[in-house]
Design a protein around this ligand. Structure first.
Ligand code: NAG
Length: 340
C-alpha cells in the first residue's frame, strides 16, 4: 500500500485538470500569535463530487513563496494516507480524518513567526479541482508597561487590568523570551502571566542584575500577587485596523485629542496599537502624540538625529498634564470584521 501511495503522489502533479476554480476563501488572512494552534480553512466548493473509490479526494497543501522554486510542501492527503513534510512534519493535521470529507482544512500546531506566509490548498477530485489561498500572519509584540502613577505600582490583578486596558494581555514567559531573543532590553521588572516577575537584559550592566551575568531573563521568581508591586510586560498581536498620526493643524489637550479621533471616525490609539504598528508594520513618526492612557509617545523605526538616534524604539515622553495643549494625537481605526 505504501508503494501505491507514493506512485499516486508522484502522479499528482501530472493530473489532467478538467476544471480549476480559484476561489477567495471566507477569510483570506489569518492573524495568530506565536505558540497558537491555527486552522487554515479550505473546503470543496461543489457538492456533486466524483470520488475514486477508496482513494477519495486528493488534497495538497503548499506554502507558496514569491520565488516558486522556494515553495514548501506542507501536506499531501489521499484517502487515509497522509504525509507531512519538512518542518511541518508532525505539526500539521487535517481537521477531519474522513477521506471523503469535503473539508480540507488543516491545523498547524504551535505556530512561529517563520510560519507566516501564503498557503495554497488544492483539492483534486478529477472533475472539478479547487485552489484556495490563505495568508497566515504569526506575530505579536511584547511591551513593558507602567501606569501614570509611576514605576512599580501594580500588583498582579492591577497588572492584568493594565494590559487589558491597552487591548493587550499579560505576556507569557515564552513571549518575553522571544522578545528578548529579538533584542528587548528593559531594566524594570514586570509581571508575567505565570505570576513570576522578570525582566529581559541583552546588554548586561551593573544596575540590571549585574554586569558579570550573561544576557538573559532576570527572574525574581513567583511573587505575592496581592502585596508585591512591579511593572508588567504586556503582549499584543498584530493590528486589526489602522494606526495613524492624525493630520490636523493644532496642538491639542488630551480631551481635544480624544475628540479629534472620534471626529475622524476612529478612536484615540492605545499603547498596544503604537507598539504593534512600530514593531510589526515599521511605523515611524517623529511627532509626540497623545494615547488613550494619557501618555505621550512616538514610534521610531528608523533611528536618526533628534528622533531616538541610537535605537529603534517607541519613545515615551511621559504622562503630561492633560490640559497641556502641546501634542498631536495617534488614532486607531478598527477593521470592519470579515464575516465568515
Ligand atoms: C495545540 O495542540 C496540541 C496538540 O493537540 C496541544 O497539546 C496544545 O495544548 C495546543 N496548544 C494550544 C495553545 O491550544
Amino acid at each position: 500500500a505504501v508503494q501505491v501511495f507514493f506512485l499516486l503522489l508522484a502522479s499528482l502533479s501530472q493530473t489532467d485538470f478538467c476544471h480549476i476554480s480559484v476561489m477567495p476563501t471566507t477569510k483570506a488572512k489569518i492573524l495568530a500569535s506565536p505558540g497558537a494552534n491555527v486552522t487554515l480553512p479550505c473546503a470543496l466548493l461543489s457538492k456533486d463530487t466524483v470520488h475514486f473509490g477508496s482513494i477519495g479526494i486528493r488534497i495538497k497543501w503548499t506554502k507558496v513563496a514569491d520565488d516558486e522554486a522556494l515553495n514548501e510542501d506542507v501536506l499531501l492527503s489521499m484517502g487515509f494516507h497522509k504525509k507531512t513534510y519538512g518542518r511541518f512534519d508532525n505539526r500539521v493535521f487535517m481537521e477531519t480524518e474522513d477521506p471523503d470529507s469535503e473539508d480540507a482544512s488543516i491545523t498547524i500546531i504551535d505556530v512561529a513567526p517563520e510560519d507566516s506566509g501564503k498557503y495554497r490548498c488544492e483539492i483534486m477530485n478529477g472533475m472539478e479541482d479547487t485552489v484556495q489561498d490563505v495568508t497566515l500572519e504569526v506575530q505579536g509584540v511584547v511591551f513593558p508597561y507602567s501606569p501614570n502613577v509611576g514605576r512599580y505600582n501594580l500588583n498582579f490583578d492591577a497588572a492584568v487590568k493594565a494590559c487589558t486596558d491597552q487591548d493587550a494581555v499579560v505576556a507569557s514567559f515564552d513571549q518575553l523570551f522571544e522578545a528578548w531573543r529579538g533584542g528587548l532590553d528593559w531594566c524594570n521588572a514586570g509581571w508575567l502571566n505565570d505570576g513570576t516577575v522578570q525582566y529581559p537584559i541583552t546588554k548586561p550592566r551593573e544596575p540590571c542584575g549585574g554586569s558579570n551575568n550573561r544576557p538573559g531573563l532576570r527572574n525574581y521568581g513567583q511573587r505575592d500577587k496581592q502585596m508585591s508591586r512591579y511593572d508588567v510586560f504586556c503582549y499584543a498581536s498584530a493590528l486589526e485596523g489602522d494606526f495613524y498620526w492624525l493630520d490636523q493643524p493644532n496642538r491639542l489637550t488630551f480631551d481635544e485629542a480624544v475628540q479629534a479621533c472620534l471626529d475622524d471616525e476612529a478612536e484615540i490609539a492605545k499603547v498596544s496599537h503604537i507598539y504593534a504598528a512600530w514593531k510589526l508594520n515599521s511605523y515611524d513618526r517623529c511627532d509626540a502624540g497623545w494615547l488613550a492612557d494619557g501618555s505621550v509617545r512616538y514610534p521610531i523605526s528608523r533611528p536618526r538625529k533628534n528622533c531616538s538616534p541610537t535605537e529603534a524604539a517607541v519613545r515615551f515622553v511621559g504622562f503630561p498634564d492633560k490640559n497641556q495643549q502641546s501634542f498631536g494625537v495617534y488614532c486607531f481605526k478598527a477593521q470592519k470584521t470579515v464575516s465568515r
